[in-house]
Design a protein around this ligand. Sequence first.
Ligand SMILES: [Zn+2]
Ligand SMILES: [Zn+2]
Length: 145
Amino acid sequence: MRRCTACFRFHPGRPTFCSYCGRSFDLRICNRGHENPRAAQFCAACGSADLSTPGPPASLLHRLSGAVLYLFVVFILSVVALSMTLSALHSIDGEALSGPLVALVLMLGVLYWTTTLLPGPIKRLGAKAGRALWGSMRKKKGRHD
Ligand SMILES: [Zn+2]
Ligand SMILES: [Zn+2]
């Protein structure tokens, strides 16, 4: 998955150009398809001056939110795997899950903070997912109490 640094939209796979704003990602591409670094003024392979406009360099926050999103998914998966293992062993207790849950809430906070700088649709999706997750967590907790 790629995210355009100019219009902040996500793209599945590894496309060469953003399909929304037409910019190339971290490279300048000439009209024959050669890839050049973003600082290039002419194509190193064919000398063409007709190079694509790349999106702006990713800001620290942009990278951070990408990393947090990735960590978040990994973390959710491991918490789900952990709770599935625990329920398979018929030995669920709140103590064992409280550590990961605290970390999860912290991570949600960071995720929320970084996504406040994203455009509306992603932000709304994130908020919706967060609420659904929180709801199901509370429900689960209620059941075990
Ligand atoms: Zn774009
Ligand atoms: Zn070229």
